[in-house]
Design a protein around this ligand. Structure first.
Ligand SMILES: *Cc1c(COP(=O)(O)O)cnc(C)c1O
Length: 390
């Protein structure tokens, strides 16, 4: 009988060794041995599935990959050292020189740098559409367009993209539909259901959830993942077995952690919305979110990221951040600790002001990654800092 998400997250694990360990052991080994000449030949000829070298596969990375693939409803996946390792390898595998990407404008900072600075080295260009007007997508598609790329919810503006609608456009034009599902996690949203071909994660964020290790993964069909795997094993951005071991254990608690993240974030978002010092608050499951109905349709809960704008602009932003006592000032997100970021001066400082404003990053905008502390303590810290911004 098929089992529920939480059960699979805990019970999908590698076969036990002769030690009958209960919890998965860590396989810290760079390579694996062969039994004889025939075993060696057959292994290299890929006549059997087995571990050869940990840059290719390792039992811990395989366990992590299988778990995430199952959570996303994908056939297979490849793990990477970081989320950006996964993003770059995915484009490098499936795009050729001269290809074209159609992408949502709101992007993770380093992905934006990849599109604007590095992919152009291979004459790969990108055209952008705004999150709230998908009617512009078809006009951007050219004969050399290879894929449509989106993140939803977006970083840091927390916009929601209609994955089903974009999936249909991609299919109609025979384009790869690639989704960075980092902010939602497979617990809240499974893009493959809506037509995504490849789903990417920075496992560094909510998958680890405790700010310890870096990791990335891309999942999809067996056929696509095979190509990606061959690229990955020859180019080297492989996930370390130790990080895979941590991440696989973290996934056992993904559902309970995300439930609490979402509950805390919802409470905090409602309280922020009632504050005079704030112009607007964006959280997918607040009725005031412009895409509230869409968020409700494609996500199980609202996630843990809140964006809001302080009325006093850049000075208010700095004063607010300086008055924070409990929450962490960090550029990371998806940690058990609540994290506050000022995107305009940190993660998105490389964008021009025009590009920043186009994705809603104003000077007074604050991004909050709500953690697992008690929500009353998080709120007391925010409330105290808000009282000190003028
Ligand atoms: C953090 C992040 C990445 C990059 O992941 P790293 O593990 O830091 O390399 C990619 N996409 C999104 C949406 C992210 O938040």
């Amino acid at each position: 009988m098929s089992k529920k998400f939480e059960t699979n997250a805990i019970r999908n694990q590698m076969e036990r060794s002769q030690n009958l360990e209960h919890s998965t052991p860590l396989h810290l080994t760079s390579s694996f041995v062969f039994e004889d000449a025939e075993d060696m030949r057959a292994s290299f000829a890929e006549e059997k599935e087995r571990n050869i070298y940990s840059r290719f596969t390792n039992p811990n990375t395989t366990e992590f990959v299988d778990k995430v693939a199952q959570m996303e409803g994908a056939e297979a996946g490849v793990a990477f050292a970081t989320g950006m390792g996964a993003v770059f390898a995915t484009f490098a595998t499936f795009l050729n020189a001269g290809d074209h990407i159609v992408s949502a404008r709101a992007l993770f900072g380093s992905t934006h740098t990849l599109f604007t600075k590095y992919l152009p080295k291979w004459q790969i260009t990108t055209s952008y559409f705004p999150s709230d007007d998908l009617s512009l997508i078809e006009g951007l598609i050219k004969p050399n367009t290879k894929c449509i790329y989106v993140e939803s919810p977006t970083n840091p503006g927390v916009d929601i993209l209609d994955l089903e609608a974009i999936g249909k456009i991609a299919k109609q034009h025979k384009l790869l539909f690639i989704v960075d599902n980092c902010f939602a996690t497979p617990y809240l949203q499974q893009p493959i259901q809506y037509g995504a071909d490849l789903v990417i994660h920075s496992a560094t964020k909510l998958m680890d959830g405790q700010g310890r290790v870096l990791g990335g993964i891309t999942v999809g069909s067996k056929q696509l993942v095979r190509e990606l795997f061959l690229f990955a094993r020859n180019t080297g951005a492989s996930l370390s077995p130790f990080n895979a071991w941590i991440l696989s254990k973290s996934l056992e608690t993904l559902a309970v952690r995300i439930d609490r993240h979402c509950k805390n974030a919802h409470v905090i978002a409602e309280k922020l919305e009632a504050c005079q010092e704030i112009n607007w608050v964006k959280y997918p499951f607040l009725k005031s979110h412009p895409q509230y109905a869409l968020a409700k349709k494609q996500m199980l809960k609202g996630g843990n990221i809140i964006a809001f704008e302080l009325k006093g602009g850049i000075d208010a932003g700095r004063n607010f951040i300086n008055a924070i006592e409990l929450c962490s000032l960090s550029s990371n997100l998806g940690d058990s600790r609540t994290i506050i970021t000022h995107p305009a001066s940190t993660t998105h400082s490389k964008l021009s002001e025009e590009d920043r404003l186009a994705v809603g990053i104003t000077d007074g905008m604050i991004r909050l990654s709500v953690g697992l502390e008690h929500h009353e303590d998080i709120w007391n810290d925010l409330k105290n800092a808000l009282s000190k911004i003028v």
